[in-house]
Design a protein around this ligand. Structure first.
Ligand SMILES: *Cc1c(COP(=O)(O)O)cnc(C)c1O
Length: 377
């Protein structure tokens, strides 16, 4: 406990004011979850037995037929896609030839293309794009219908409510599910950052998605290298046959007993928490920030929904477009170092999601110092 591992390496500890950004370690696990991971590390278990019990418990907690722990949402997207291909041929994924895989098609909205869809591109299947990432000609159900062929293995859907960074133009989630249901196709949902609200753990599959993917290392506050897939039993059985510890693509995405136990512990806490209390705390912190900065160069604006479209408020420190990179640099180079990210043209995020009470006063003090260095607007 007394060992300062980061200090020994000369690595700075930072305050993360940006949100659950993977580049700074996403979120922080609770002490209870850290302890659970330590406990898990001390003993051997039969992994498949642990998976069976933990997945059953996760399915119960998230009100789903089935659940599966992976080592990240991006990995979950890949193995879930592979499971859809296996399901399409009704054969184990590892038994398929590259030609068979290449023939398979996964439908994706152009509005839903994003850097995480590498997980799908790497499958070796064909991505069939529909619609446009704007609203001049919004996607209609017929566009999806016409894209479906005998080779379609799945429809991918990127779920992010308005206010997040996704462009408009895609078919609604409900209409997509409607077409998929009529055509007997699975819908795989990337909802990696769509917690809160915790209802999303059961709402999206409740509406009819076959599999819905969440990052364990974001607001769930599980291990950084964990992901959660929840879904319908018939589809998820194919995931079980494709993902770790199965040899094939699943074997590349190894995860330890520590992650399985850690994510379970985090989900237990997540479903039990009172979101209204947390939101009230969040609003209070933002109000305090607004009161601390008035009349000067820097002002605080409330951002709702937050940067990921989540129904939780964040603050944006408006510093003026020409000052953003200077302020970010001063923050991260300072002591203590504060990490933030740009928002809009002229601001940077102060996101309560990853902050503790005591860290707000540190950030306020640092910003006050830096504010003095800014040219008057
Ligand atoms: C963060 C994120 C992922 C990746 O999640 P990891 O758990 O870090 O692998 C995938 N998709 C979206 C939309 C995300 O925001």
């Amino acid at each position: 406990m007394s060992r300062d591992i980061y200090g020994e390496l000369g690595v700075r500890k930072i305050i993360n004011a940006a949100g659950t950004y993977t580049s700074v370690g996403g979120s922080r696990m609770s002490e209870r979850t850290i302890e659970a991971m330590g406990e898990a590390a001390r003993s051997h278990v039969v992994i498949k037995e642990l998976q069976a019990k933990a997945h059953e418990r996760l399915a119960e907690l998230t009100r789903n037929e089935s659940a599966f722990v992976t080592n990240g949402a991006a990995c979950a997207l890949h193995v879930t896609g592979a499971a859809a291909i296996a399901r399409h041929y009704a054969r184990p994924h590892a038994s398929l030839t590259p030609d068979q895989i290449a023939k398979c098609e996964i439908i994706i909205h152009r509005a839903h293309r994003n850097p995480y869809d590498w997980s799908l591109r790497l499958l070796g299947a064909k991505l069939v794009e529909i619609g446009f990432p704007n609203t001049i000609l919004p996607t209609i159900a017929e566009d999806l219908e016409l894209a479906i062929t005998e080779n379609t293995a799945a429809i991918y859907y990127f779920f992010m409510p308005q206010g997040g960074w996704m462009p408009q133009g895609a078919l609604s989630f409900e209409e997509t599910l409607d077409v998929a249901k009529r055509r007997g196709l699975p819908v795989i949902v990337d909802a990696a950052a769509q917690l809160p609200p915790k209802e999303n753990l059961w709402r999206l599959t409740g509406l009819g998605a076959s599999a819905c993917i969440f990052s364990g290392g974001k607001d769930l506050r599980g291990p950084q290298a964990s992901g959660l897939v929840v879904g319908k039993r018939d589809f998820m059985d194919w995931l079980g046959k494709t993902a770790f510890p199965t040899y094939g693509v699943g074997r590349m995405f190894k995860l330890g007993r520590e992650e399985i136990v850690g994510l379970l512990s985090a989900v237990e806490e997540y479903v039990a928490q009172a979101e209204t209390t947390r939101n009230a705390w969040c609003e209070e912190q933002i109000k305090k920030l607004q009161e601390a900065f008035g009349g000067g160069v820097l002002s605080i604006e409330r951002l709702f929904p937050n940067e990921a479209g989540q129904p939780m408020a964040a603050a944006v420190a408006k510093v003026g477009a020409t000052n953003v990179s200077f302020v970010l640099k001063r923050l991260i180079e300072g002591d203590p170092a504060v990490y933030s990210a740009p928002w809009g043209n002229d601001g940077l995020l102060i996101n309560p999601m990853t902050l503790r009470d005591d860290e707000f006063s540190v950030i306020t003090a640092r910003l006050k110092e830096i504010e003095k260095e800014l040219p008057h607007r």
